[in-house]
Design a protein around this ligand. Structure first.
Ligand code: TRP
Length: 333
């Protein structure tokens, strides 16, 4: 707790381009959460390098994600917004927590297994250690809650295990964080393969709508979205995954219930429905894209935000790290 607010932590990796799925599942929620919680939001560039990145592109993606966070309404006055590599305590605590984590546990992580298969030529230690760095992120700030999608659930579980293990070995040091699992729009699926989550690294870029896509591209992608042969706009994820996914997207972007969306499109053909979804998404993204572009042109402002965020984050992180170092017996001056 910080004052009367619970501490909430989350981070997004500055890799590729965010999809509307990342926006809905993460960034859009972050904005709402800032009112209720003491929020700490990071750009996880240290996690990003667990798969090979082009240096110039990584730098560019970092500022682009920062500008997007800001354009979406994340307010650096209300929360702590910073770049992970600007706070050395993340690497320091991760190293310490490594000694409280078992190799076998890491080998069993689903994401590690998936990524190892996908990047078979680069199964580096960082890829395996990824969950420990994530645990360090969360535990450094005495986080109470972490909003997570299903894909990060296992990482949050291991974070809790590591925290409890450390607390039991010494004395209460870390707050054991709880996950908050978002219901609505927590999962937006691929437009071409609606059985899969919409992903930044989708095999076919037409299945994912990116935050940076222009209006024509957005509309074209929705036009091609896979539906079914039932000609009925009903929410039924198991039998009608494509249509249900489009309804979810329309519902979150339009800020209305699924039932209202179904009613609105009663008797409407799939072609018109897909066009309506595409137009709504394009309409909603346009002002965000314009604001992001404006912010990206003001590098001084972005640097100031990062600097102030890093200072505030480092100050809070240092307190936890000092406690940990003391307990484990690192001689202090
Ligand atoms: N691993 C997360 C992802 O790829 C990003 C992340 C890094 C994170 N550190 C975190 C999320 C701490 C929540 C809390 O989505």
């Amino acid at each position: 707790m910080q004052g009367d607010k619970k501490i909430l932590y989350s981070a997004v990796q500055p890799t590729n381009n965010l999809t509307i799925g990342n926006y809905i599942g993460a960034v859009k929620n972050f904005v709402a959460l800032q009112e209720e919680y003491d929020c700490i939001y990071a750009i996880a560039n240290m996690h990003a390098i667990t798969v090979r990145q082009d240096a110039a592109q990584l730098r560019k993606n970092t500022l682009s994600l920062l500008a997007l966070y800001l354009a979406c309404g994340i307010d650096p006055q209300k929360c702590v917004l910073y770049l992970q590599s600007h706070v050395p305590a993340h690497a320091e605590l991760a190293w310490t927590l490594n000694t409280f984590t078992y190799v076998g546990e890491m080998e069993r992580m689903t994401q590690f297994k998936d990524k190892s298969a996908k990047h078979a030529d680069n199964i580096n230690m960082g890829l395996m250690d990824y969950p420990v760095l994530m645990a360090a992120d969360i535990l450094l700030y005495q986080t109470d809650v972490v909003p997570v999608g299903v894909d990060q659930r296992q990482h949050l579980e291991i974070t809790r295990d590591i925290a409890v293990r450390f607390n039991n070995a010494y004395s209460p040091t870390f707050t054991v964080p709880e996950g908050i699992y978002m219901k609505v729009g927590a999962k937006i699926n691929d437009l071409l393969d609606p059985s899969k989550k919409m992903s930044k690294s989708a095999e076919n870029a037409n299945g994912a709508v990116f935050m940076s896509d222009d209006r024509d591209t957005i509309i074209r992608k929705f036009r091609r979205a896979v539906t079914d042969s039932m000609a009925e706009i009903k929410y039924d994820p198991s039998n009608k995954p494509g249509v249900s996914n489009l309804l979810s997207i329309y519902s979150v972007f339009g800020g209305m219930d699924i039932a209202d969306c179904e009613r609105q499109f009663e008797g409407c053909g799939y072609g018109d429905f897909k066009l309506a979804v595409g137009e709504l998404v394009a309409d909603k993204l346009a002002p965000i894209q314009a604001e992001q572009a404006k912010l990206l042109a003001d590098k001084q402002y972005l640097n100031d935000v990062l600097k102030s965020g890093a200072e505030r984050a480092a100050h809070r992180a240092a307190k936890t790290l000092a406690k940990v170092y003391k307990k484990i017996g690192f001689y202090q001056l």
